[in-house]
Design a protein around this ligand. Sequence first.
Ligand code: GLY
Length: 373
Amino acid sequence: MTQIDRVHVPLGARAYDVVIGQGLVAQAGALMQPFLARPRVAVLTESRVAGLHLENLQAGLSAQGIASSAHALTPGEGTKSWDGLRESVEWLLDEKVERRDVVVALGGGVIGDLGGFAAAILRRGVRFVQVPTSLLAQVDSSVGGKTGINTRHGKNLVGAFHQPSLVLADIDLLDSLPKRDFLAGYGEVVKYGLLGDAAFFEWLEVNGPALARGDKSARHYAVRRSVEMKAGIVARDETEQGERALLNLGHTFCHALEAATGYCDRLLHGEGVAIGCALAFEVSARMGLCAQETPSRVRAHLRAMGMATDLADIAGDLPDAAALVALMAQDKKVQDGRLRFILAREIGQAFVCDDVPGDLLLSVLSEALAARP
Ligand code: GLY
């Protein structure tokens, strides 16, 4: 019997557990049963994930006498849209999902965010269970209740805080991820060490390569530690009035780079986060906040993992530094017209900074762009 951990997210009436372990999908029926008013769930997923994991999930449910119907959306970020939302909600209504029923979101961040939002607005809110299938979704997007869709104005601009009732983070599902997707998700794992736990970052420096090769116990520990950190932050600041903003380490740079590359597979979100974290440490060092050698240490780990680390790792053209700063100014985290960065006093000591000097920012970006081939 392999280890199963439960990380509790203590949010009063909205509290829930993130269950972490192997073989959880096969046990989904037993794990979900306590939440069901009747033995029936509706599963939202996407076709690629459905081909890999839906049969196992439905078998795990029916082993406990739980009937399920499923709807597979088109894979990809384009589905996290008004059209994808309409398709999901209309299907849930066709399935006669009632107020006390449970919707299951089986997939990566797109399905989790979309399925969670559909559940939030269906009949003014039904409960939902997240079964995240990507590393990024297991350590970040499935925990904390941020749900939503993209619009032509930008990413995640329409949504709701709607906490899941349960999250099943099955480590075995990570086996089917392409290496690039796994490493992109690892960008969010490193982020937790960088923002708040230097000992975890040191552990990742030692164990990261084994974890990437498939070591299950290393994967389990990394997911658990990441979820513990996220659960703690979300419990203290559910709706991002303060500390939760630290989870956006690397994200101001990332969002600008994603916009500059057109939200396509030139740059995956987690890759942008990793590059953004390296840039945030560079800015921190230039401002004299952390040691001059710290950014090199961050980059050395990302490189050792074979990850995107610098702007030079993004293929194709990029706009100049001023245009990247202009894209940052469109970020939804801009407050009163001021750019907001998460910087660090050292590895594991991130804080919110609203007064990064504009010329320093431009010179860090210009140098990073100049280092491109
Ligand atoms: N992904 C950032 C947050 O959940 O707050």
